[in-house]
Ligand binder design. Structure first.
Ligand code: 6LW
Length: 522
C-alpha cells in the first residue's frame, strides 16, 4: 500500500504543476476591484482597492496568475490609512503595485484624507512603510521605473498626467504634464506605463466603471509623448453586441504582466450581474491572455469577449489548499479575509487564544459613518450559505448582535438577537434599504445561543435560525436587487458581517461568536 502511494507521488506533482488549457474566471471572486499585479521571478503579487474597510489594500500571492492566496494587506496601521468618519466607498481607491531593485511599492489614493501616497517594503509578508504623499492630484496613481528614474502617472482634470518623482521623498522633480486624454470616453483613469520594443505604452480605462467600461491604449517613442491611440481601441470592453448576454459585464481597469515564461497576461475588473441587471458581489478580479507581438499592439484574448470558463493555456498550475469553510476566531492566521469598517476601536474586539470572539456592543450603529463593532468578509459566490452561532450577553433593552448582509451604511439586511424587556431576547429580521427600515419578524427565543443563517441565490437572500444547530426554520426572504450596486450605489460589494450595537453608552453587552461558516452552494 505504502509503496504504491510513493509510486503515485511523482504523478501528483506532475499533474499539479502542469499547464492546463482552461481556467475559471473570476480568479479572485467577490469585491476585489481595480487589480494591479507585479512579478518577482516566478512569484506574482496583486493588490485591490478597499475604500472604507480596514486594513486597506488586500494583497495576494500566486505562482501561476490563476490561483491566488491572500497574504495580508498593505495598509495595516491607522497612521497609513486614516478613515475616520468617511462616507461609504470613499477612502482608498485603485492601487498599483510595482517591484523595483528589491523593493515593493504600492501607490494609491486616499480620496477623503491626503490624496495620492505610496508605501514600500522589502517583504510583502511583513509590514509596509509609513505613507509618503505626492503632490500630483487625480486618482489611480501608478509608478514606472527606468534608468534610475521614477515616473508617476495619475488623472487630474480628466487627463493622464506624467511627472518624474524622487522615489525616496515623493517630491515632484518635474511639473505634471498631460500626455493623453483617452479616446473620448468618460473618466479616463487607471493609467499604467510599460516599455516594450522601444515603445512606451500607456494603458488606461474609460467609460466609467459600469456597463460602458473599457480599456484603451496609446503608444509613443518618448515617455512624454506624443501618444498615438491604437486604431483598434478599445482593446477590452463588454459593451458591444458580442457580449450582450455574457455573464461578465463592465470589463475595465486593467494591468498587464509578462509571466516568467515570457507570455503576456492582463488582470482587470468586471462584475457578474444577477437578478437581471443588478450586481451585488462588487467588481471582481479577472484574468485573460494577451498576445503581444514584437513592435505590434497587444491583443487581449484574441479580441474575443471574456468567459467564465477561459480556453487558454495557463502557466504550470500551483493551486493552494482550498480554505476551510469554517473560520474559528481563535486562529488568527486564517483571519486575513476579515475586515473592520473604518478605523476600528480595537478595545471593543477580543480575539481569543481559545474560545469565542467577543464583540463589545457600542452605540455606533451600522448606519453611522463611524466605526461600529463589526467584522465582515466578502460574499464571493452568487449562491452561498453562511451560518454562525451568536450569544448576546449582559444586554440591556434594545442592545443587539447579529449577522448582517451589508452593502453599505444604509443598505443591509440583518438577522439579529435583540434584548427586550424582563431579561428576554427576541430573534429579529430587519431590512434597511435607504430611508426604509422594516422589522419583518420578531420571534421570542429561549436558547442562550442562537444559530443564524443566510442563504444567497440569484434573486433572494433567505434567512433562517435554529435553537439547536440542527433544525433551521426559514423566517423570511428578501430581494437581492434592493441591496445591489445599482440600487445602493458605491464601489464595494456585499460583506457578510458580524456586529454588536447598544442603545446606551453604559451598556456592558457583548456578543460571543466561536465560528462562522461560509460555503459556496453547489
Ligand atoms: C477607481 C477607478 C475606477 O479608482 O473606480 O473602475 C474607482 N475604476 O479607476 C474606484 O474603484
Amino acid at each position: 500500500m505504502r509503496k504504491s502511494l510513493i509510486f503515485l507521488l511523482p504523478l501528483f506533482v506532475w499533474t499539479t504543476l502542469t499547464a492546463q488549457n482552461s481556467y475559471q474566471n473570476p480568479v479572485i471572486p467577490g469585491y476585489h476591484p481595480d487589480p494591479s499585479v507585479c512579478r518577482v521571478g516566478d512569484d506574482y503579487y496583486l493588490v485591490n482597492s478597499s475604500f472604507e474597510y480596514f486594513p486597506g489594500v488586500p494583497l495576494f500571492h500566486s505562482k501561476d496568475l490563476v490561483n491566488w492566496k491572500q497574504i495580508g494587506h498593505c495598509l495595516t496601521r491607522e497612521s497609513q490609512i486614516p478613515l475616520q468618519d468617511i462616507p461609504a466607498s470613499m477612502g482608498i481607491f485603485a492601487p498599483t503595485i510595482r517591484y523595483h531593485e528589491g523593493t515593493f511599492y504600492m501607490i494609491t489614493t486616499n480620496v477623503t484624507k491626503g490624496g495620492n501616497f505610496y508605501v514600500y517594503t522589502n517583504d510583502p509578508y511583513g509590514e509596509w512603510s509609513e505613507p509618503i504623499y505626492v503632490r500630483q492630484g487625480g486618482i489611480d496613481p501608478s509608478l514606472y521605473f527606468e534608468d534610475g528614474k521614477c515616473y508617476l502617472v495619475s488623472n487630474p482634470e480628466n487627463q493622464i498626467m506624467l511627472s518624474e518623482i524622487d522615489i525616496t521623498t515623493g517630491e515632484l522633480l518635474t511639473e505634471p504634464r498631460s500626455i493623453w486624454g483617452g479616446t473620448g470616453g468618460r473618466y479616463p483613469e487607471g493609467p499604467h506605463l510599460y516599455k516594450k520594443d522601444n515603445w512606451y505604452y500607456l494603458l488606461i480605462s474609460e467609460g466609467g466603471t459600469e456597463y460602458g467600461h473599457k480599456v484603451t491604449i496609446a503608444r509613443s517613442r518618448s515617455i512624454y509623448g506624443p501618444y498615438e491611440s491604437n486604431p483598434a481601441n478599445p482593446i477590452l470592453t463588454h459593451i458591444d453586441a458580442n457580449a450582450q448576454t455574457n455573464p461578465i459585464q463592465g470589463t475595465g481597469h486593467a494591468d498587464f504582466i509578462q509571466a516568467h515564461d515570457g507570455s503576456w497576461w492582463v488582470v482587470f475588473l468586471a462584475f457578474r450581474p444577477q437578478s437581471g441587471t443588478h450586481h451585488l458581489l462588487g467588481r471582481e478580479t479577472f484574468l485573460a491572455p494577451v498576445e503581444w507581438k514584437e513592435g505590434e499592439w497587444p491583443v487581449i484574448n484574441g479580441g474575443e469577449p471574456i468567459q467564465l470558463e477561459m480556453q487558454a493555456k495557463t502557466l504550470p498550475l500551483q493551486p493552494f489548499q482550498t480554505p476551510e469553510s469554517r473560520t474559528w476566531f481563535n486562529d488568527k492566521e486564517r483571519n486575513v479575509e476579515w475586515n473592520y469598517l473604518r478605523n476600528p476601536h480595537l478595545s471593543n474586539y477580543h480575539w481569543p487564544e481559545n474560545g469565542a470572539l467577543r464583540l463589545k456592543a457600542t452605540p455606533v450603529q451600522l448606519d453611522d459613518l463611524a466605526s461600529p463593532t463589526f467584522i465582515g468578509r466578502r460574499q464571493q459566490h452568487i449562491n452561498f450559505q453562511a451560518t454562525t452561532a451568536i450569544r448576546l450577553k449582559k444586554g440591556k433593552e434594545q442592545d443587539e448582535a447579529g449577522l448582517t448582509v451589508y452593502m453599505r451604511d444604509h443598505y443591509h439586511y440583518d438577522i439579529l438577537i435583540k434584548q427586550v424587556e424582563n431579561g428576554k431576547q427576541t430573534l429579529n429580521l430587519r431590512y434597511h434599504i435607504g430611508n426604509l427600515i422594516h422589522t419583518e419578524k420578531e420571534i421570542p427565543v429561549q436558547a442562550e445561543q442562537l444559530y443564524v443563517r443566510v442563504t444567497g441565490e440569484n434573486d433572494w437572500y433567505r434567512f433562517s435560525y435554529s435553537e439547536d444547530g440542527i433544525t433551521y426554520q426559514e423566517i423570511g426572504k428578501m430581494d437581492t436587487r434592493l441591496l445591489s450596486t445599482e440600487t445602493a450605489g458605491g464601489f464595494t460589494g456585499i460583506m457578510l458581517g458580524l456586529y454588536a450595537t447598544s442603545a446606551s453608552p453604559d451598556s456592558q453587552a457583548e456578543a460571543e461568536i466561536e465560528w462562522f461558516d461560509y460555503q459556496p452552494a453547489r
